[in-house]
Design a protein around this ligand. Structure first.
Ligand code: NAD
Ligand code: IPM
Ligand code: MN
Length: 353
C-alpha cells in the first residue's frame, strides 16, 4: 500500500464541480493499484477573499509545502478583480514552488468532434511545454498618470538565461522520449530584446540533443499552422504568455477547452507540483452541474504519473478514451447532454467502480 498526501484547492465556479470528479477518479483507480490518497481540502478562493480579504491565509504556502501534490480546480469570480485572485493564489504557488514547467498535452480522441477538419483521432498528440514562472508574467511595471490624458501602463517581460535553459532542456528531453520533434514558439522578427535571446539560448541547448529535430516558428504563423495541420506537432515549447495562448488553442483544436489538462511541475521535486485543468472558473456555466470534468480528470492522471504510478495514469486515460469512443456520454460543451456527474460516472464505470 502506498499513501499520498494531496492538497485540494477546488477554488471558484466550476472548479468546485470538476475537482470532486477528479478526486473520485483518483480514489477509484487508487483502489485498483493499492494507492491511498489522504486529501486535505482548502477553501481558498474568491469566496474566501470576499469574506476575509485574502485568497489564502498568510501561511498558506507553508500549509501546502509538505503535500505530495496539489490538485486545483480554478480561481476567478466576476466580483473580484482577476489580478487579486491570480496574484493572491495561483501565481504564488507556481512561483514559490518553482513549478517552472507547465505541461499541457492534448490529443484528438476517437469519437470527439473537432472543429478542425484535419484534426484526426490518433494523429494529433502534442504537448505544449509552457515556461511557467517568468517571461511576460512579471511584476515589474506599473500604471502611471491615472486619470490624466498621459495615463499609461508599462509591463516589463523578464527572460533569464537560467529560466530559458531549464525549460528548453525539459522540452528537448521530453521530445527525445516522444517523436523527437520540437517547435520553439518565438517572435524574434518583431520583439527586439527578449525573444532573440530566447532563440539564442534554445539553439545553444539544441546542440545537446542532436537526435531531436527542432525549429523555431513565429507565434503568429505557428497559431495558423496548429489549426491547419495539428498532426505535424509533437512538443511545442513557449514562453509564459505564448504557452498560455497556445494551450487554449490546442485544446480547442482537440474539441474544446474543457478537455485540456495541465501539470505545473517542479522537476527537482523540492516542492509539490500542482495539477489543474487548463480552463478557468467559467462563471457563465457555474452552478449548473454541466461543466466538463475531463480536463480535471486528465490532470489527475498527470498527478498519478508524476507520483510514479504510470500504469494507473494510463488506465485513467484509457477510461476517458473509452467513454468518448464507446458511449455517447459527453457534456454540452462537446455537443452532448450529460451532466458532470454522468460523465464522471461513465469514467468510473470503466475503472470498475
Ligand atoms: P474559462 O476557461 O473559465 O471559460 C471560457 C469559456 O469556456 C466559457 O464559455 C466557459 O463556459 C467554457 N468552459 C471552460 N471550461 C469548461 C468546462 N470544463 N466545461 C464546459 N465549458 C467550459 O475562461 P475565462 O472566461 O477567460 O475566465 C473566467 C475566470 O476564470 C476568470 O476569472 C479567469 O481569470 C479565471 N481563470 C482561472 C484559471 C485558473 O485558475 N487556472 C484559468 C483560466 C481562467
Ligand atoms: C491558465 C490561466 C492563467 C494563466 C491565468 C488565470 C493567470 O489562463 O492557467 O492558463 O495565464 O496562467
Ligand atoms: Mn490560460
Amino acid at each position: 500500500m502506498v499513501a499520498h498526501r494531496i492538497a485540494l484547492i477546488p477554488g471558484d465556479g466550476i472548479g468546485q464541480e470538476v475537482t470532486p470528479a477528479a478526486v473520485e477518479v483518483l480514489d477509484a483507480v487508487g483502489r485498483r493499484h493499492g494507492i491511498t490518497f489522504d486529501h486535505d481540502e482548502f477553501d481558498w478562493s474568491c469566496a474566501r477573499y470576499r469574506e476575509l480579504g485574502a485568497m489564502m491565509p498568510e501561511d498558506g504556502l507553508d500549509r501546502l509545502r509538505h503535500h505530495d501534490a496539489i490538485l486545483l480546480g480554478a480561481v476567478g469570480h466576476p466580483a473580484v478583480p482577476d489580478h487579486i485572485s491570480l496574484w493572491g493564489l495561483l501565481i504564488p504557488i507556481r512561483r514559490s514552488f518553482r513549478q517552472y514547467v507547465n505541461l499541457r498535452p492534448i490529443k484528438v480522441f476517437e469519437g470527439l468532434e473537432s472543429p478542425v477538419r484535419r484534426a484526426v483521432a490518433g494523429e494529433v498528440d502534442l504537448v505544449v511545454v509552457r515556461e511557467n514562472v517568468e517571461g511576460e508574467y512579471s511584476e515589474i511595471g506599473g500604471r502611471f498618470n491615472r486619470g490624466f490624458a498621459e495615463e499609461m501602463a508599462v509591463q516589463e517581460a523578464v527572460f533569464t538565461r537560467a529560466g530559458i535553459t531549464r525549460v528548453a532542456d525539459y522540452a528537448f528531453s521530453l521530445a527525445r522520449r516522444r517523436r523527437g520533434e520540437l517547435t520553439s514558439a518565438t517572435k524574434s522578427n518583431g520583439i527586439v530584446h527578449t525573444l532573440p535571446f530566447w532563440d539564442e539560448v534554445v539553439a545553444e541547448r539544441a546542440e545537446a540533443y542532436p537526435d531531436v529535430s527542432w525549429r523555431a516558428e513565429h507565434i503568429d504563423a505557428l497559431c495558423a499552422k496548429v489549426v491547419l495541420d495539428p498532426a505535424r506537432f509533437d512538443v511545442i515549447v513557449g514562453s509564459n504568455l505564448f504557452g498560455d495562448i497556445l494551450s487554449d488553442l490546442t485544446a480547442a483544436v482537440a474539441g474544446g477547452i474543457g478537455i485540456a489538462p495541465s501539470a505545473n511541475i517542479n522537476p527537482e521535486r523540492e516542492f509539490p507540483s500542482m495539477f489543474e485543468p487548463v480552463h478557468g472558473s467559467a462563471p457563465d456555466i457555474a452552478g449548473r452541474g454541466i461543466a466538463n470534468p475531463l480536463g480535471a480528470i486528465w490532470s489527475a492522471a498527470m498527478l498519478l504519473e508524476h507520483l510514479g504510478h504510470a500504469e494507473a495514469a494510463a488506465e485513467v486515460e484509457q477510461a476517458i478514451a473509452a467513454v468518448l469512443a464507446g458511449t455517447g456520454v459527453r457534456t454540452p460543451d462537446l455537443g452532448g447532454t450529460a451532466t458532470t456527474r454522468e460523465f464522471t460516472g461513465a469514467v468510473l464505470e470503466f475503472l470498475g467502480s
